[in-house]
Ligand binder design. Structure first.
Ligand SMILES: Cc1cc2nc3c(=O)[nH]c(=O)nc-3n(C[C@H](O)[C@H](O)[C@H](O)COP(=O)(O)OP(=O)(O)OC[C@H]3O[C@@H](n4cnc5c(N)ncnc54)[C@H](O)[C@@H]3O)c2cc1C
Length: 309
């Protein structure tokens, strides 16, 4: 059993920022990395909306700098994944997949989110064989080929623009006429010659054979007309879902969508357990917001520990 004052579960912007505030307040602080060290941001190339960077910077580099900053300050990173948390008594007991147990006086849950799926049978069949949820990871395989991106948020637009740099043609397929993505990004995307918007269209099926994806069939939501688009790859960017499965039966209150319910001070329903970042909301999925809420959660955890002494 390892003991700590503050345990941040997750090594993305929320967990790491929480750790910076925790350790600088004089409390022993551990960050659990989970399967994706650095979180979602490491998948983005050109980030230009994080304050403090004049020129675009890769998400990987931002997270690398944050991790080095944490380490310099004395934060301890552990390559462990949480599978269960006992919340009935303090200190809380966290169980890791490896069997390790951690006793923590205060916990900040910052497990983020991961890519949602379309949920159609053919998506499952071709996942990893032409269907992907990460253009930054797999886009390179589509050099001089055709690719489709599904979705209407910032991530979908960003991935479509990214693919245009090496694909001969990219289709951005979206169910609505309007985008959730920032207008400036959509306007930039509209100006790209090899990017075609296919709007008011839902994916019916992804088609292919043993060698991979060959086409995608979409249905126009207004006219009901089907259209086949020849493509070599399909990138699904239809949102995210919180990675909170391990909290089932923990007593931590979740929404019907699995997001952690917090008040405006990042408190969960269990005293001493706080939550921050994308696992607490589906609306403001941005690194700066995750980092800000991580700082808030740590300040609340520190107040809790100061009172608990
Ligand atoms: C392709 C892409 C591009 C993006 N571009 C931008 C951008 O330009 N600007 C911007 O501001 N935002 C961008 N975002 C959004 C941004 O990355 C997220 O809002 C932000 O990373 C959320 O931070 P987080 O710390 O809440 O969660 P995450 O970054 O999701 O980190 C979650 C962490 O929790 C860990 N974890 C999960 N489950 C467990 C478990 N059971 N035990 C232990 N650890 C666990 C994971 O391994 C990970 O380390 C982008 C996202 C994507 C996917």
């Amino acid at each position: 059993m390892i003991n700590t004052d503050i345990l941040a579960i997750g090594s993305g912007p929320a967990g790491c920022t929480a750790a910076i505030y925790g350790v600088r307040s004089g409390y022993k602080t551990i960050v659990l990395c989970g399967a994706s060290h650095g979180g979602q941001l490491v998948k983005t190339n050109d980030m230009e909306n994080f304050p403090g960077f004049v020129d675009p910077i890769s998400g990987y580099e931002v997270m690398d700098r944050i991790h080095k900053q944490c380490s310099r300050l004395g934060v301890e990173f552990m390559q462990e994944t949480a599978v269960k948390i006992e919340t009935g008594a303090r200190p809380f007991t966290l169980h890791c997949a490896s069997g390790l147990q951690i006793a923590a006086r205060a916990v900040i849950i910052s497990v983020g989110a991961c890519a949602s799926r379309l949920g159609i049978e053919s998506e499952k069949r071709f996942m990893g064989k032409g269907v992907s949820t990460c253009a930054t990871c797999d886009g390179f395989f589509y050099k001089n080929k055709t690719a489709c991106v599904i979705g209407g948020g910032n991530r979908a637009v960003e991935e479509a623009v990214f693919l245009t740099k090496f694909c001969k043609k990219v289709y951005l397929i979206h169910r609505r006429e309007t985008f959730r993505a920032h207008k400036v990004s959509v306007d930039k995307a509209r100006a790209i010659a090899n990017l075609e918007f296919v709007l008011s269209s839902a994916v019916e099926s992804i088609n292919g054979d043993e060698s991979g994806v060959k086409s995608i069939t979409v249905r126009n939501i207004n006219t009901k007309v089907l259209r086949d688009i020849e493509t070599d790859g399909v990138f699904v960017a239809v949102g995210t879902r919180p990675q909170t499965d391990f909290l089932k039966d923990s007593g931590v209150e979740l929404t019907s969508g699995g997001y952690i319910v917090v008040n405006e001070k990042t408190h969960t329903n269990i005293k001493g357990i706080f939550a921050a970042g994308d696992c607490t909301n589906s609306m403001y999925n941005q690194a700066v917001i995750a980092a800000g809420s991580g700082a808030k959660a740590a300040m609340e955890a520190v107040s809790f520990l100061n009172e608990d002494c």
